[in-house]
Design a protein around this ligand. Structure first.
Ligand code: GLU
Length: 524
């Protein structure tokens, strides 16, 4: 029988969670849900010097916002806890010592200064120093020192434990995405497993925890691929090879211009979010992150966008709910090559989600933004539903409703309109504006005002009649009505806008606007 799938997302709490990390979490989540398995969050904080306060909370908040919360984790608990590596510290030493006993690791006594000097010497000769199979017998460790020296260091506690990799051995493994991968120990180094302060390094803690947490699939970023041979040796040396997880290394996320890996700095550089939520590092307020959430993205749109950054379905479908992603997701359809972070595509996804959302939901979502915009006239949710219906195809983000559709909440700013549409306006409107025309529009205002039931259909009929009577064309009338109502040539249907804005507010706009036209044509 197949073992139940157990996957983990294992971030280090070193700051805001990069969007690449969120994608890793998502793919882990999708596999767990698809297979009826378990999604685990483990905090890898063995490097205490890089710990940033608030980072754990940030990670949890981001996953919760996106709706991909773990079932086991630092806040959820679970049968294989604790889930924070610093809380598991006492258990790692045993395995490091076990490796030494079996001859798969050794104590190393070189000081940081000594290793630094060596590094510099090598550099001066154009070479790179590695503590590895070729140098370890020349260095200060339990392979080269007498028993008494070794014992002295052990008694003082001045040592680290390093893995002892086999000399010149090829190591092969199959990665679910990268397929057959081969490394030679010649290119690897004898990495530290247990540090001087008794803390394990990432490598030891990661393998010990994956084993004890019964992880079946390690799905992580491509940057960890070179560490995988070392991890496989650890499974072998600790006698755990039978229960070794399978590996899947996700492709890089590339910068919007396709040149190189998307980094934290690219967010600032391109003026786009590359993090799920805003974040300010309390240790360094210059270290700030811009979030998708605060930008105005819907969590489902972000998930959809991220899912397709590196994974593609078997057909052309692009819009996926989380449930549909779970059903369709397959690690074998994750590509090897990097995926370009196309922010325009992210916006497009958001727009698609907005267009498909019920107006009642959009009304609730836009209300806080409308409230903070502090318009003079207050409106209820029913009215906001109307705004949603007319504007949802014209915005990319919910927070744009009161901006792009401000004229649903206050009279347009005709001066602003002149700035935006000045040329068109002068050409189309003022050129033909004269006293006779003004008189016609005064009649038009009266006509529309006296419509029985003030709705789009009736208003349209009335205006059509008026046009027939006066011999004007639609093009003489509608653009003016539109500008009067909204201050822009682009926007929803004129009669729909009139119906929603309502008679009491439409009339003063018409009067103000035609007054504006008059004053403008007199002045020029
Ligand atoms: N702590 C590592 C990270 O921050 C986890 C890598 C892994 O998943 O093994 O990305």
């Amino acid at each position: 029988m197949q073992k139940p799938v157990r996957v983990r997302f294992a971030p280090s709490p070193t700051g805001a969670l990069h969007i690449g990390g969120v994608r890793t979490a998502l793919y882990n989540y999708l596999l767990a849900k698809k297979t009826g398995g378990t999604f685990i969050l483990r905090i890898e904080d063995t490097d205490q010097t890089r710990f940033v306060p608030g980072a754990e909370e940030y990670i949890m908040e981001a996953l919760n916002w996106l709706g991909i919360s773990p079932e086991e984790g630092i806040f959820e608990g679970g049968p294989y806890g604790p889930y924070r590596q610093s809380d598991r510290k006492p258990m790692y030493r045993e395995f490091a010592e076990q490796l030494v006993k079996k001859g798969y690791a050794y104590y190393s006594f070189d000081t940081a200064e000594e290793l630094d000097t060596l590094r510099k010497q090598y550099e001066a000769e154009g070479k790179t120093f590695k503590y590895d199979t070729s140098t370890r017998l020349l260095l200060n460790n339990s392979l080269t020192q007498t028993e008494s020296v070794v014992n002295k260091h052990l008694a003082e506690g001045s040592y680290v434990i390093r893995i002892k990799l086999p000399v010149d051995e090829q190591i092969h493994f199959t990665d679910l995405i990268r397929e057959d991968v081969t490394y030679s120990t010649h290119d690897l180094d004898d990495k530290v497993m247990l540090k001087g302060d008794g803390m394990p390094t990432y490598h030891l803690a990661n393998v010990v925890d994956d084993y004890h947490m019964k992880i079946t699939h390690v799905i992580r970023g491509e940057e960890w691929l070179p560490s995988t041979p070392l991890h496989i040796y650890l499974y072998r040396f600790l006698g755990w090879e039978e229960s070794m997880p399978v590996f899947a290394h996700l492709p890089l996320i590339l910068r919007p211009d396709g040149k190189g890996k998307l980094s934290k700095r690219d967010g600032a550089k391109f003026g786009i979010p590359v993090f799920p939520l805003n974040f300010v590092n309390p240790n360094n307020i210059e270290d700030k992150a811009l979030g998708f959430r605060e930008w105005g993205f819907e969590p489902d749109a972000v998930l959809n966008f991220l899912a397709l950054l590196g994974w593609h379905p078997s057909d052309e479908q692009e819009i996926f709910s989380l449930d549909q992603l779970v059903a369709s997701f397959d690690l074998s359809r994750v590509s090897k090559s990097g995926a370009r972070f196309d922010f325009d595509k992210a916006r497009w996804f958001n727009q698609q989600y907005i267009m498909s959302m019920p107006n009642s939901e959009l009304a609730i979502k836009m209300k806080p933004y409308v409230d903070t915009a502090n318009f003079e006239e207050t409106t209820g949710l029913k009215y906001l539903e109307g705004v949603a219906a007319l504007m949802k195809e014209r915005v990319e983000f919910v927070n744009e409703f009161p901006v792009k559709g401000y004229y649903f909440f206050k009279a347009p700013d005709y001066k602003l309109m002149m700035d935006n549409e000045g040329k068109d306006f002068e050409k189309k409107v003022l050129k033909n504006w004269d006293a006779a025309r003004n008189e016609l529009f005064v009649r038009l205002i009266e006509k529309t005002e006296s419509v029985n039931e003030y709705n789009a259909v009736n208003l349209q009929q009335t205006v059509e009649l008026f046009i027939n009577e006066t011999g004007l064309k639609f093009g003489d009338v509608l653009p003016l009505m539109r500008l009067a109502l909204s201050g822009t040539m682009k926007g929803p249907g004129v009669f729909e806008m009139m119906e929603l804005i309502g008679k009491d507010y439409v009339k003063p706009r018409f009067i103000a606007f035609f007054g504006f036209c008059n004053s403008f044509s007199l002045n020029n």
